[in-house]
Write a protein that binds this ligand. Structure first.
Ligand code: F6P
Length: 359
């Protein structure tokens, strides 16, 4: 009998279930005598031995359903190696669960922090195959993460929905897009939604340039402007400060709920325009996976099963130039893939007149 563990870790996204299905359906076809163990709520389930025996029927009908049938949670990597006051050792606990269950392999679906823990467990001698999940698309070693395209769809729909009301009222609108410290989601949704200004963490903005871009549109007779602003967008002034300096500045200033509101107040003050802010927030992680994600998820899942069959462990499945491949966890864990300000993507966006607030 072969017993394989599955867990989904970190923030959820639309195609976790589609990926689990891809892995499970392929594994059930490969092994005659297979038990799949589903850990509850990510690494938490592995740490505390909370799991259930999955049935093939658990993976039916879930291709189009967002979220994760296993549940998930954030278990920060930096706390993994820290023992509790009572001496509880999470890494040891995870190893004990793995060995007690006699797992041949553990399949981990997760983003940046989760890949770091996957690498740690691999180094501790567990057989690990991981898959690249996140709406942020910020995982090193893969061109694409599953969940990203579905989130682009949601964020784009949010921008699309703003156009008519922005035009009717002649207002400036800011749509704040998720993405943590990376601007992938904002750039893609911004271009797809026809945003006039896109602000991302990788390209610190000057408020004067943002104001100029808005004023130029007004002078051209355009009644409205739409900004797609990443939740991690930062001004050039703030980017030049040390971590401590930035904290001091934030503490001394008026407290805004997020960057979009702060920017909105500045734009109103400097242009006299009425500004409205829309934050789609966690809706960007919700709903059904888009068809592209369903295909990627299925392919990544099937490929992961193939790796397990070959006993190729300690790696993350990835997308590279349209093909599915794998990379050693040690090469990718802890590295962030951010938008290159000099990339073709940004150059082309600028060519059609999108301002990134940097010039
Ligand atoms: O990593 C996915 C993500 O949605 C980020 O874009 C965002 O910064 C973060 O998770 C939000 O985390 P939480 O769901 O814990 O609030």
């Amino acid at each position: 009998m072969t017993r394989i563990g599955l867990l989904t870790s970190g923030g959820d996204c639309q195609s976790l279930n589609a990926t689990l299905r891809g892995v499970a359906k392929s594994l059930y076809r490969i092994y005659d005598n297979l038990e799949l163990i589903g850990f509850e709520d990510g690494y938490k389930g592995l740490i505390h031995g909370q799991f259930r025996l999955m049935k093939p029927s658990d993976f039916s009908g879930i291709l189009t359903i967002g979220g994760t049938i296993l549940g998930t949670s954030r278990q920060p990597f930096k706390l993994m190696k820290v023992h509790d006051e009572d001496g509880f050792d999470r890494v040891e606990a995870m190893k004990v669960t793995y060995h007690k269950l006699g797992l041949s392999c553990l399949v981990i679906l997760g983003g940046n922090g989760s890949q770091k823990t996957a690498n740690l467990l691999s180094r501790e001698g567990l057989n690990i195959v991981s898959l690249p999940k996140t709406i942020d698309n910020d995982l090193w070693g893969t061109d694409m993460t599953f969940g990203f395209q579905s989130a682009v769809d949601v964020a784009t729909n949010a921008i699309d929905g703003i156009h008519t009301t922005a035009a009717s009222h002649g207002r400036v609108f800011i749509v704040e897009v998720m993405g943590h410290k990376a601007g992938w989601l904002t750039v893609h949704a911004g271009i797809a939604g026809g945003a006039d200004i896109i602000l991302i963490p990788e390209i610190p903005y000057h408020i004067d340039n943002v104001v100029r871009a808005i004023n130029e549109r007004t002078q051209q007779g355009k009644r409205f402007s739409i900004l797609a602003v990443a939740e991690g967008a930062i001004s050039a002034e703030e980017a030049s400060l040390s971590k401590k300096g930035l904290k001091e500045k934030k503490n001394a200033a008026v407290v805004y709920p997020s960057v979009a509101y702060e920017l909105g107040a500045q734009i109103t003050e400097l242009t006299g325009h009425e500004v409205r802010v829309t934050v789609p927030g966690h809706t960007q992680r919700g709903g059904a996976p888009c068809p592209y994600d369903r295909v990627v998820a299925t392919r990544l899942g099937a490929y992961a099963a193939g790796l397990i069959k070959q006993k190729t462990y300690g790696c993350m499945v990835c997308v590279t130039s349209g093909d599915i491949a794998h990379v050693p966890l040690g090469e990718i864990a802890g590295k962030l893939k951010t938008v290159d300000p000099k990339s073709q993507l940004i150059k082309e966006a600028k060519m059609v007149g999108i301002s990134f607030g940097d010039e």
